[in-house]
Every structure is written in structure tokens, then in C-alpha cells.
Design a protein around this ligand. Structure first.
Ligand code: NAG
Ligand code: NAG
Ligand code: NAG
Ligand code: NAG
Ligand code: NAG
Ligand code: NAG
Ligand code: NAG
Length: 572
């Protein structure tokens, strides 16, 4: 009895301490007392939102209103409502810190949320995502009837009509998620040329909410920014080489880069059929796992998806707090990068992971690391694939108002619309396009493709796992571009979680046009494995996340934290 009681007191004190220190920090200057049951949208988990919806504390319409900048015109011109509607995104997207995370809101989001609210009342929720707003990277197609564009950030595809939702968008829609809008990105998923991450012609320069004018990383930049500060419950990004993992880490998130073939790419503006993959970016491993469960699976429109086992696991079942016990992880130090602050935090994480019962083999170098570092085969494959795959994507569109049909047209379009796309002084480059246009599918291409598979899989990740008898590979997810290259060319999965923040005594670099390093910028920890090992990687990442809870140890800078909360819109 005594023991139970003191445990109760302890929990009570912990909750109180959490409320005082974390709770108050999360809602600067806000009175939460009268709405204690409402989740703070900066951090609200999908489960918390779902539970609030189920209890009737708020509706999906309320969520969209808080999260949405729009619909006001068609629905209600009352000034108070207008304030609420424009709330969180409006506060930070083009005003205040001008983060430029979101390109377009879904004009149908509010009516879809209302229909989903009615359906919940009548027949209950369809899934864990019923009524939950999700932001999509602007290379993921949505039905034109919604009223949103799908452009990879380029004016060249403005007004184009896709034949249907991308399969991942259709799966979210079928699960009852609200497709909230399109996120800004590095244009063409960072394949146009040597440009700052987070820039697109249509969306402008996105920046990181952890330091003014800082590089948000990319190419899923807006998906990362928007999720980091609660402009949405979570987002989808896509990765060819680093584009989910890097912005997830830079924006203090959990990112899952699934095995190529785990999630369908049908309806996703491509770089390479051999390396592209779509995955969740979320504030917790649990949220990311819930989304991955819904978007995974075989799809007749993308035959790579038939490489996965027929039954999609429920990735939420991978959330085991003791998930690192008895696991063997290896550290390829040659790929850890050179940032001393990151390496120090990474070293500390290894001790935590050992403390959680894992064996860490350190170092566990890739046997052919030097060859991977020297190889340029990936460039040949991506350049050649892009030219073919982007033409395929465009040829499947029902309408393209600009008339572009292929890569040569895109290059010409940019020159003809230089004021919108090739903007001086920072955004004039399209060298990657020009290089890709100069490729042909030839013997050298097939040799490069075969070399990548051999280097990335057989002599890369699989070879290293086998050599050291490992379950997975552990690395910082910033400064590991070479290791990401191995996972990229292999088509293998990565799960990243928050690891730490640049300390306050770091000197901010000059803005060129964005700041590359600065105090408080987050970085992540990556778990990498063999094909279709997402379930295990999620288990490891969850155990580490639960033991550390690094995400809340530092918030975005104050101006980048939206103030509007659910209590500001409910019943208004
Ligand atoms: C696309 O953007 C244009 C211009 O901003 C807008 O008029 C249109 O409604 C959007 N949606 C579609 C499906 O074209
Ligand atoms: C998918 O289909 C294409 C063309 O139909 C074929 O060339 C390719 O080998 C197939 N890929 C897989 C992974 O089955
Ligand atoms: C990290 O750990 C490695 C291996 O134990 C060690 O060689 C290195 O000096 C450590 N670096 C930092 C910055 O702590
Ligand atoms: C491609 O990889 C093979 C095998 O490692 C290597 O011999 C070749 O030099 C690489 N080609 C390029 C262009 O890097
Ligand atoms: C095009 O490719 C050829 C042969 O691969 C190369 O010699 C030439 O320099 C390339 N041109 C450009 C503009 O990249
Ligand atoms: C910065 O602060 C860290 C502690 O956060 C300390 O270990 C490090 O030595 C400091 N570096 C400099 C250059 O002052
Ligand atoms: C939703 C939103 O704020 N979209 C904006 C994205 O950026 C472009 C370019 O500045 C604006 O025109 C959009 O209104």
C-alpha cells in the first residue's frame, strides 16, 4: 500500500514538473488551465488527436480550421473566424519568420473534414488516421477535384491534371486522413541543379524553424518544417538520397525512409525508379509507424512494390520499450562525418544504447568503404533515370497547360521563365537538368546500375551486417552523406530519430542564401538495415526515443512557434 502510494506521489510530482517546465514552454504565455484536456498542437501526437476526436473534445473541422489558412472566403466572412482559419500556417508561412513551408492548402480540406466528422458519428473511425490532417510534399499527386496542384515546386507543372491520386495519397484518403495541403520542397526534389535546399520557384526559399534563415535541409523541406512546429499532425516526404532523413534530422523529427518498393511511387513526380521512395515525417516513432502501416503495400501501378512480403506488418506492433535488448548494432566510423558536436552526441547515444541492452560493435567499417566513397555510379543512374522517368510522369498527365513533355522542354521552360525559375543571384542553376538531358540508356548505364546494387547491397549494407553479425547499422544522420549513399544506391531503409542540437557556442555561418550551421540546429540518429527491415528498425528507434525524449529538449525559436491553439477556434 505504502509503496503504491509513494509511487502515485512520484508520478504526480513528475506530471507536475512536466507541466511546469515542458508544458509552459510549449505554450508560451498561454492560459491552458481552462482547456487542460486539449492537446498542444506544437507536439500533439496522432493518438492524442484521435482520442480527442473520439471523446468529442474537438472535431476534425476544428483541427483543419486551426491548421488551415483557408476556406474562409466560401464559408464565413466573420472576422473572428477569419483569424482562426488563417491561424497557425498564416502566422509563420508568409508572415513573421516567413518559413515558406506550405505551397498550397487543400480547398476541399474543410468539407472533407466535415464529412469525416459526420461519418465518425455514424459509423466510427476508419483507422488511426481518421480525421487527422496530413501534409504532402508537392511531388505527390492529388486528384484535381480537390483543387490542389502537384508541381514539384515548378511553374512548369502548374495547372497540370494528374489522372488520379498518387497511391500513397489515395491510401491516406481511404484511411480517413485529411489531405491538408502541399508542402514546399527543394524544387524537383533537389534535382534541378546546385541550389539551396528548400527553394522552389513556386514556394520560394523555405527556412528552418530552429534558427532564423537557417537551411531547412531537403528535399522534403516543407514536410519537415510543417511537422516540426505543428502546422500539421505529420507529413509525407520522398527520398532518393537523403531527402526524408536529412530534413527530418534538421527539423528535429522522426523520419522513415522505407525500402524502395515498400511504398508505391505511382503518381509521385520522380527522380529515379531505382531509388525513389515515399515515407512519413513525424514528431514521434509511434506517429511515423502509424502512417507507414497505412501507406505501405503492393500496388499494380508500381511493380517494385511486389518485392515486399504480401502482408504489410502493423508497424505499431514494433513499439516495444525494451526493443534494443539483445540487439547487435555496428558503427561504421568512416561514414560518421566530421562535426565534433554531432560525433560527441553520437558517442553519448552509443552508451545509452548499450545501457538499453544492445551490443554495439565499434568500429564496424564497411569492407569496401573506400570504393563506395569514390564511386560516381549513382550520378550516372540518377541522371539517366530522371530523363526517362520524368517524361513518363508527364506523359501520364491528363493536361499540361505549359505544354512541356520532357526534360528538354523543362530546361527550355526555365530559360523562358527565368524571372520565376532562374532567379538571381542564388537560384539560376539548372546544371543537373542539363547533365541529365545529356544521357542515354546505354551499356554504361546498366553497368553503373549493377555496380550500385553490388556496392550498396552485397558489398555494402548486407556485406557489413554479415561480416560483423549485426542486426543494423548505427550512424549520425547528419554528416553521413556517404552512408546515406550506401542506403540510397542499395534502396534500403533508414529510420532516424532526434539525437541532439548544436550547442549555443557554435558560430552561425553566413547566410548564402541560408545559414548552414547555427546554435540550436537539430541533428539525428539513424538506424539502417537490410531490405524490408523497417519493423526491426522501428523497434530500435522507439526504444531509443523512449529512453531519451530528445525532441522536446529544445524548441523552435519563439517567432517560429505558432500561437493559435484548438481553444481559439472551438465553438467560434
Ligand atoms: C493550381 O494553381 C492555380 C494557380 O495558383 C490555381 O488557380 C488552381 O486552382 C490550382 N489548382 C488546380 C487544380 O489547378
Ligand atoms: C517492372 O516492369 C517493367 C516494365 O514492365 C520491367 O522492365 C521491370 O523489370 C519490372 N520491375 C520489377 C522490379 O519487377
Ligand atoms: C567518439 O568515440 C570514438 C570511439 O570511441 C572516439 O575515438 C572519439 O574520440 C570520440 N569522439 C568524441 C568527439 O567524443
Ligand atoms: C562504378 O563502380 C565500379 C565498382 O566499384 C567502379 O569500378 C567504377 O569505377 C564506378 N564507376 C564510376 C563512374 O564511379
Ligand atoms: C555530354 O556527354 C558527353 C559524353 O558522355 C560528354 O563528352 C559531354 O561533355 C557532355 N556534355 C555536357 C554538356 O554535359
Ligand atoms: C561549447 O560548449 C560545449 C558544452 O556545451 C563545450 O564542451 C565546448 O568546449 C564549447 N566549445 C567552445 C569552442 O567553446
Ligand atoms: C499557403 C501559402 O502561403 N502559399 C504561398 C506559398 O508561396 C507562394 C509564393 O510566395 C505564395 O504565392 C503562396 O500564397
Amino acid at each position: 500500500m505504502q509503496k503504491v502510494f509513494s509511487r502515485f506521489i512520484l508520478v504526480f510530482v513528475l506530471v507536475l514538473v512536466y507541466q511546469v517546465f515542458v508544458g509552459s514552454a510549449l505554450v508560451p504565455g498561454q492560459d491552458v488551465s481552462s482547456h487542460a484536456a486539449l492537446p498542444d498542437l506544437y507536439e500533439a501526437s496522432i493518438a492524442e488527436l484521435q482520442s480527442g476526436l473520439e471523446q468529442g473534445l474537438f472535431t476534425s473541422v476544428d483541427l483543419v480550421k486551426v491548421d488551415s489558412t483557408f476556406c474562409i472566403h466560401s464559408l464565413d466572412n466573420d472576422q473572428n473566424v477569419r483569424q482562426a482559419y488563417f491561424a497557425r500556417i498564416d502566422e509563420v508561412n508568409l508572415q513573421g519568420p516567413t518559413l515558406r513551408a506550405v505551397i498550397e492548402m487543400n480547398p476541399s480540406a474543410l468539407s472533407q473534414a466535415a464529412a469525416l466528422d459526420a461519418e465518425r458519428k455514424a459509423t466510427g473511425p476508419r483507422s488511426a488516421l481518421h480525421g487527422i490532417p496530413i501534409l504532402l510534399k508537392d511531388n505527390i499527386a492529388t486528384e484535381a477535384s480537390d483543387g490542389m496542384n502537384t508541381t514539384a515546386g515548378s511553374f512548369a507543372l502548374l495547372g497540370s491534371i494528374p489522372p488520379r491520386d498518387a497511391t500513397v495519397a489515395a491510401k491516406l484518403r481511404a484511411a480517413g486522413a485529411v489531405l491538408l495541403g502541399k508542402a514546399n520542397l527543394s524544387e524537383w526534389a533537389h534535382f534541378r541543379g546546385n541550389l539551396a535546399s528548400g527553394f522552389s520557384g513556386r514556394g520560394g526559399q523555405a527556412t528552418c524553424p530552429y534558427f532564423p534563415q537557417a537551411d531547412p535541409s531537403g528535399s522534403s523541406s516543407g514536410s519537415g518544417i510543417g511537422t516540426a512546429i505543428g502546422l500539421t499532425a505529420a507529413a509525407l516526404g520522398s527520398e532518393t538520397d537523403g531527402s526524408i532523413i536529412s530534413p527530418s534530422s534538421r527539423n528535429n523529427l522522426v523520419g522513415i525512409k522505407p525500402t524502395v518498393g515498400r511504398t508505391s511511387r505511382a503518381g509521385v513526380i520522380p527522380i529515379s525508379v531505382h531509388q525513389d521512395t515515399v515515407g512519413p515525417m513525424a514528431r514521434s516513432v509511434a506517429d511515423a509507424a502509424a502512417i507507414l502501416t497505412i501507406i505501405s503495400g503492393r500496388d499494380p501501378l508500381d511493380n517494385f512494390t511486389f518485392a515486399q512480403p504480401p502482408v504489410v506488418p502493423d508497424f505499431s506492433k514494433a513499439l516495444k520499450p525494451n526493443g534494443l535488448k539483445g540487439v547487435r548494432l555496428g558503427v561504421p566510423r568512416l561514414f560518421q562525418g566530421s562535426d565534433k558536436n554531432i560525433i560527441a552526441a553520437f558517442n553519448a547515444s552509443i552508451e545509452i544504447i548499450r545501457g538499453l541492452g544492445a551490443t554495439v560493435v565499434d568500429p564496424a567499417e564497411f569492407p569496401d568503404a573506400e570504393e563506395i566513397l569514390a564511386s560516381n555510379n549513382e550520378t550516372i543512374v540518377l541522371d539517366t533515370d530522371f530523363k526517362v522517368d520524368v517524361k513518363n510522369y508527364i506523359s501520364g498527365l491528363l493536361k499540361v497547360p505549359t505544354g512541356v513533355t520532357d526534360l528538354a522542354d523543362l530546361i527550355a521552360f526555365n530559360i523562358a521563365h527565368a524571372d520565376e525559375e532562374l532567379i538571381p543571384p542564388f537560384y539560376t542553376d539548372q546544371s543537373e537538368f542539363i547533365e541529365a538531358e545529356n544521357t542515354t540508356v546505354d551499356a554504361a548505364y546498366y553497368a553503373a546500375l549493377a555496380a550500385d546494387k553490388d556496392l550498396g547491397q552485397t558489398r555494402g549494407i548486407d556485406g557489413t551486417l554479415k561480416k560483423f553479425n549485426l542486426d543494423a547499422i548505427l550512424l549520425p544522420s547528419e554528416g553521413t552523406s556517404f552512408a546515406r549513399v550506401a542506403a540510397a544506391i542499395a534502396g534500403y531503409p533508414i529510420v532516424a530519430v532526434p539525437l541532439g542540437f548544436q550547442p549555443d557556442n557554435v558560430t552561425a555561418t553566413a547566410a548564402d542564401p541560408v545559414i548552414e550551421n547555427a546554435p540550436g540546429l537539430p541533428f539525428g540518429l539513424a538506424f539502417m538495415g537490410t531490405a524490408f527491415s523497417e519493423f526491426d528498425l522501428i523497434t530500435y528507434a522507439f526504444a531509443y526515443e523512449q529512453a531519451t525524449h530528445t525532441r522536446l529538449k529544445r524548441l523552435a525559436y519563439p517567432a517560429a512557434i505558432p500561437k493559435t491553439q484548438l481553444q481559439d477556434v472551438i465553438g467560434k
